[in-house]
Design a protein around this ligand. Structure first.
Ligand SMILES: [Zn+2]
Length: 461
């Protein structure tokens, strides 16, 4: 009875906030429902026939969750998932409430929830996930410095509440992730890239975890793919990268147009050639994570490959938008490691006439923009003719670009989003326009594109 009331009020809240255009009501329905029935998460999630999967980590949560949902749909399952960014308990409760009838019967059969890194211990006991995916751990913004160790500790502490038959899917190339989850109960499935042709010689300066978690000696890297991901080993005690259960081999990057690689389970199991429109090595990791989880959820590897080939990215994650005949691609860039990978990917297609960078410092972006100094904007100089900068911190990014070797005349500051988009599109000269925004800048730019009729409303996705 109380659950029915909670669901009814949650649904009413969702309808109301949608009518008021309050961003689609991604968290209020859950908050209202939980106020009425605090056990709404366990009560609704336990009725999902195939159980739940959670996705945690600094980068790639949304893309990984969407990839997995797409694979599950291809298998005929009906995923219930939270909206991008609504990754606290209230956002997950909102998704469950909206996908249940008044008797608490779910309209889907598998839960796929992206979960904020620090929220993991608060939702895991309620959701009892069948699979937990841990993508990576990066410093998100400088004002969250020091949180990485804290978050690793939270993940470690989650262990007591895990179901013993659960599966932990973890990035074996990330020593911080591996250290945080290696002691968890349940079965551990690691994923990683095994293709040294894409390796970088030295650890980039955005690297976070360079010290052995057993003895404190700096890890020696045979190679890194980006940030602190790679093949690492402690020269003192021998602790290192674990054996990889699901590897990406023979990786071929097609610049900003996507990637192909061979998905190879350890032990000589059946392999599959994967094709994805998602660009860059960072997305190879996302595809690996989703594939590993899908295999654990019973998907045959050839079905996984077929589903991945038809995946279309979400807005802000390399989605293509056509604006007045020009092609625009928005790539969310919210922290140094992610930004460096996006820059590398965008530039791998050759020199560009223009790039648009939009930096905000709202709470969702991080209030401190000094992380911009950790991004290797130096790689733009000589390879991009013109950079249009916009957002609340347009001047900060303009200054950073000047220090990165861009000529004054090549940097155009446009305070407002609409003129910035127009200026950048005018210079695109038949090439795709790459737009690199922080989170709230992405939403603002999307509003402009929506006014222009180029895209639908955000919460319709
Ligand atoms: Zn050691």
């Amino acid at each position: 009875m109380r659950l029915s009331t909670a669901i009814a009020l949650g649904k009413a809240t969702a309808t109301l906030s949608r009518r008021l255009h309050r961003g689609g009501g991604t968290t209020m329905p859950g908050r209202v429902a939980r106020a009425v029935e605090p056990r709404v998460l366990p009560l609704l999630s336990r009725r999902l026939r195939y159980g739940s999967v959670i996705v945690a980590g600094t980068n790639g949560k949304t893309t990984t969750a969407r990839l997995l949902a797409h694979i599950m749909e291809a298998l005929g399952r009906v995923p219930v998932h939270n909206r991008a960014g609504a990754n606290l308990a209230a956002g997950i409760a909102s998704a469950l409430v909206e996908h249940a009838d008044l008797f608490g019967r779910p309209s889907g059969d598998v839960g796929i929830f992206e979960v904020d890194e620090a929220t993991v211990p608060r939702v895991v006991p309620h959701l009892a996930p069948r699979v937990m995916i841990f993508t990576n751990l990066f410093r998100d913004q400088l004002d969250r410095y020091g949180e990485i160790d804290h978050i690793a500790g939270l993940w470690r502490a989650t262990g007591e509440t895990l179901r013993p038959d659960g599966v932990v899917v973890a990035n074996g190339d990330d020593p911080l992730v591996y250290d945080a989850v290696r002691g968890l109960p349940g079965r551990l499935v690691t994923f990683g890239i095994e293709d040294e042709r894409h390796a970088l010689p030295a650890v980039e300066h955005t690297a976070e975890a360079r010290y052995c978690y057993r003895c404190g000696t700096p890890f020696a890297y045979t190679w890194t793919y980006f940030g602190h991901m790679g093949r690492y080993r402690c020269p003192t005690c021998g602790t290192g990268r674990p054996p990889i259960d699901l590897a990406a081999r023979d990786v071929a990057l097609a610049g900003p147009d996507g990637a192909t690689f061979t998905l190879a389970p350890s032990g000589g199991g059946q392999t599959a050639r994967i094709t994805t429109v998602l660009p860059g090595l960072y997305n190879v990791y996302n595809v690996l994570a989703a594939s590993a989880a899908a295999l654990e959820m019973g998907a045959p590897i050839d079905r996984v490959a077929r589903a991945l080939a038809s995946f279309a990215p979400a807005f802000g994650r390399a989605e293509r938008v056509i604006v007045g005949g020009a092609e625009l691609r928005m790539l969310l860039s919210k922290n140094p490691a992610g930004f460096n990978e996006v820059l590398r990917t965008v530039l791998s297609g050759g020199p560009l006439p223009v790039v648009l960078i939009a930096i905000n410092d709202n709470i969702a972006d991080g209030r401190d923009v000094s992380w911009l100094w950790d991004v290797e904007f130096e790689m733009l100089a000589g390879r991009v003719a013109h950079v249009v900068v916009t957002g609340l911190r347009a001047e900060d990014i303009a200054l950073r670009l000047r220090y990165a070797g861009m000529a004054d005349g090549a940097i155009e500051v446009q305070r407002d989003y609409e003129p910035a988009l127009r200026a950048a599109l005018a210079r695109a000269a038949g090439r795709p326009l790459f737009v690199l925004p922080t989170y709230t800048a992405m939403l603002a730019l999307r509003e402009v594109l929506q006014r222009w009729g180029a895209v639908g409303r955000f919460w319709e996705h």
